[in-house]
Design a protein around this ligand. Structure first.
Ligand SMILES: Nc1ncnc2c1ncn2[C@@H]1O[C@H](COP(=O)(O)OP(=O)(O)O)[C@@H](O)[C@H]1O
Ligand SMILES: [Mg+2]
Length: 316
């Protein structure tokens, strides 16, 4: 279970208007535990904790990570620092897995706009591992999901899903699967009516090249979004098909359904869904991977055909 996933907290932050501020200035005491004179913090002119609208943690103290945003002295870019909260082995291994996967992505997909770029990595004096990477302006998808159905957003949500699919086609081309796609790990914004999507949090990622040759793999997952089979078998593209199906359904239907944790039953009984779209979603979130689309691109093709049917003649 991804302990950090708390969409309600994100949404609450927005309702209160907190989310309007890009970064939320925290009291100085929140930064007391970092040493600004040492790496990675010494490269920044200013450092702040990531605001609650982006973290999604009800309480920073219980989070698996400490997340900071710093302004890089040389490039003036905002960068994200992700630091394990404790020196425990599991936390360290998960963040090391994220670093290894992002290194491969950065090398193989150097021009991609979908994924963070690593700027630095290392260990604090106390042994905790850290990662410094791109800080994206986009907010988690969770922030744009309502509680209930929003029929007027249907086309926007389908287009967002198609953009997520494009990102995953790139990722799967490297034989890497994300495995923990949920509305907090996908960032989203609409610019000039086009969706902009970023994929973050690669701690649970499965990289065939590394993990098939014996690197230990026991990832954090998110109930209702991570594919059910991953506790028994190595993930393949169909694990992300399940997650992106569950994410799209949450976008369409709102958060209420997510409380049940089992997308298929909710999709089956949802009378708001167009039957064609319901069949597409049911195939994506089928509990058995054999019943799902074999590749994320096949899910995208079906969605694009549906979009063309309900809104013909547009070039997305
Ligand atoms: N590169 C990034 N740019 C902007 N926000 C990010 C970035 N990476 C993570 N975040 C935000 O921080 C939250 C927590 O980071 P994440 O890597 O998902 O850690 P965790 O494993 O604690 O869930 C994300 O849900 C997202 O809102
Ligand atoms: Mg996360």
């Amino acid at each position: 279970m991804d302990e950090g996933f708390c969409a309600t907290a994100v949404r609450a932050a927005h309702v209160r208007g907190v989310g309007d501020a890009k970064l939320i200035r925290m009291p100085a005491s929140n930064l007391d535990d970092i040493n600004r004179a040492a790496a990675p913090f010494d490269r920044f002119t200013s450092v702040q904790r990531l605001g609650p609208d982006r973290r999604g943690h009800a309480s920073a103290e219980h989070a698996r990570h400490q997340l900071y945003v710093g302004r890089d002295r040389q490039t003036r870019l905002n960068l994200l620092v992700k630091l394990a909260s404790r020196p425990g082995k599991v936390y360290q291994d998960d963040l090391a897995n994220e670093i290894a996967t992002l290194s491969t992505i950065n090398r193989e997909l150097a021009d991609s706009r979908y994924f963070p770029v690593i700027h630095d990595r290392g260990h604090l004096k106390d042994g905790r591992i850290y990662l410094v990477s791109t800080f994206f302006d986009e907010l988690p998808l969770a922030a744009s999901i309502a509680t209930e159905w929003m029929p007027d957003r249907l086309v926007a949500h389908l287009r967002a899903a198609l953009e997520i699919v494009k990102a995953l086609v790139e990722l799967h081309g490297l034989q890497i699967f994300h495995v923990d796609l949920n509305p907090m790990n996908i960032l989203y914004r609409v610019e000039k009516s086009r969706p902009i999507v970023r994929i973050v949090d690669f701690e649970s990622s499965f990289d065939v090249a590394r993990h098939s040759s014996g690197v230990f793999y026991s990832p954090p997952t998110t109930t209702g979004y991570s594919a059910p089979e991953i506790s028994q078998q190595s993930p393949d593209p169909r694990a992300d098909v399940f997650s992106v199906g569950a994410v799209l359904y949450t976008m369409l239907a709102g958060y209420r359904w997510a409380e049940s944790g089992e997308p298929r039953k909710r999709v089956e009984s949802d009378r708001n869904l167009d039957p064609e779209l319901r069949d597409i979603l049911l195939r994506a979130v089928a509990p058995s991977p054999e019943e799902r689309y074999a590749a994320v691109g096949d899910f995208g093709t079906a969605l694009a055909a549906h979009l063309e049917r309900i809104w013909p003649g547009r070039t997305w």
